[in-house]
Write a protein that binds this ligand. Structure first.
Ligand code: CAA
Length: 257
C-alpha cells in the first residue's frame, strides 16, 4: 500500500510508503492519500493527523519524475492541479495536520510539508525546491507558500538556486517549528497531536481556519498562475533535458537552449 495508517489514540499517523522511490508522489499514492483523508475526516475518533515518510531517507523526494518525464503541458497542468487539490485540502482540513519530516522533503515533498499546519523535522532532514534543475518551476504551491512561511528573499533563494537547506537552517528561517533526533520524531509529533486533541474539536477547527485567513491575501489567484507556469515548462526542451539528465544520473546541460 502506498500509504500506511496507524492510529495512536486520537492521532492518525499517515506514512507515505514508497521508500524504493524515496516516497515520490505518484498518482496512485495521491489517490490513496485522498482516500485516507476522507476516512479520517469522517472519523470521530481521530482529531489530529501526523504525516511522515517510510524509511530513514525521505519524507518525500517530490512529484514522480518518471510520471512527468514525457508529459505534455496539458498533462502537467492536470498533475499540478492534482497536487494543488491535495495541498489545498490539507491546508483546509478540519483537523490539524503535523508534518514529521524524516529526511528529504524536495519539490512536491517540500510543498506537501508547507501545506501542513506545523512542521517538525528530524536532525537529518533536508528541504529543497530543486525544480529549476529539472527545467521546470515548483508546481504544487511552493512559489506562494514558501515565501509566506519564511520570507520572500529566502524563498527566492531556495527556488532560484535549488539549494537544499538542512534542518538547522530550516529552523532558523521558520520553515520548521522544532528539530528532534530522528528516533524521537514520531513520538514528539504524536505528543503534540495529543496536546491539540485534548481541546474541543470545534474550537481547533475554527482556530485553524482563522489562522489560515491571516495568510490568505490572493493566495488562490496566485496558485492558479503557478499551475499555468508549471504546465508551460513542459513545452520546453529544458524540461526534457532536466528530467532525462536526472534518470541518466548526470548534470543537465541547459547551454544553448
Ligand atoms: N521521482 C521519481 N523517482 C525518484 C524521485 C522522484 N522525485 N526521487 C528519487 N527517485 C528514485 C530514483 O530514480 C532512484 O530510483 P532507482 O533506484 O530505480 O534508480 C531512487 O528513487 C533512489 O534515488 P537516488 O538513487 O537518486 O538516491 P540518492 O540518495 O542518490 O539521491 C536525492 C537522493 C538527492 C533525493 C535524489 O533522488 C533526487 O535528487 N531526487 C529528485 C528530487 C527532485 O528533483 N524532486 C523534485 C521533483 S519535481 C516536483 O516535485 C515538481 C512539483 O513542484 C510538483
Amino acid at each position: 500500500m502506498p500509504i500506511d495508517l496507524e492510529r495512536r489514540g486520537p492521532v492518525a499517523i499517515l506514512t507515505l510508503n514508497r521508500p524504493e522511490a524515496l516516497n515520490a508522489l505518484s498518482p496512485a499514492l495521491l489517490d490513496e492519500l485522498e482516500e485516507r483523508l476522507d476516512g479520517i475526516e469522517r472519523s470521530a475518533d481521530t482529531q489530529v493527523v501526523v504525516l511522515t515518510g517510510a524509511g530513514a531517507k525521505a519524507f518525500s523526494a517530490g512529484a514522480d519524475i518518471g510520471h512527468m518525464q514525457t508529459a505534455s503541458a496539458l498533462e502537467a497542468r492536470s498533475y499540478a492541479r492534482r497536487g494543488h487539490e491535495l495541498t489545498g485540502r490539507i491546508e483546509e482540513f478540519p483537523k490539524p495536520v503535523i508534518a514529521a519530516v524524516n529526511g528529504y522533503a524536495l519539490g512536491g515533498g517540500c510543498e506537501l510539508a508547507l501545506a501542513c499546519d506545523i512542521r517538525l523535522a528530524a536532525e537529518g532532514a533536508r528541504f529543497g525546491q530543486p525544480e529549476v534543475n529539472l527545467g521546470i518551476v515548483p508546481g504544487w504551491g511552493g512559489t506562494q507558500r514558501l515565501a509566506r512561511l519564511t520570507s520572500p528573499g529566502f524563498a527566492k533563494e531556495m527556488i532560484l538556486t535549488g539549494r537544499p537547506v538542512d534542518a538547522t537552517e530550516a529552523l532558523r528561517v521558520g520553515l520548521v517549528n522544532h528539530v528532534h533526533p530522528a528516533e524521537e520524531l514520531i513520538d514528539r509529533a504524536v505528543a503534540m497531536g495529543d496536546q491539540i486533541a485534548a481541546k474541543p474539536p470545534w474550537t481547533i477547527a475554527s482556530a485553524k481556519a482563522l489562522c489560515n485567513l491571516a495568510l490568505d491575501g490572493d493566495l488562490k489567484g496566485h496558485l492558479a498562475r503557478e499551475i499555468d507556469a508549471f504546465a508551460l515548462a513542459f513545452t520546453t526542451p529544458e524540461q526534457r533535458e532536466g528530467m532525462t539528465a536526472f534518470f541518466e544520473k548526470r548534470t543537465p546541460d541547459f547551454s544553448g537552449m
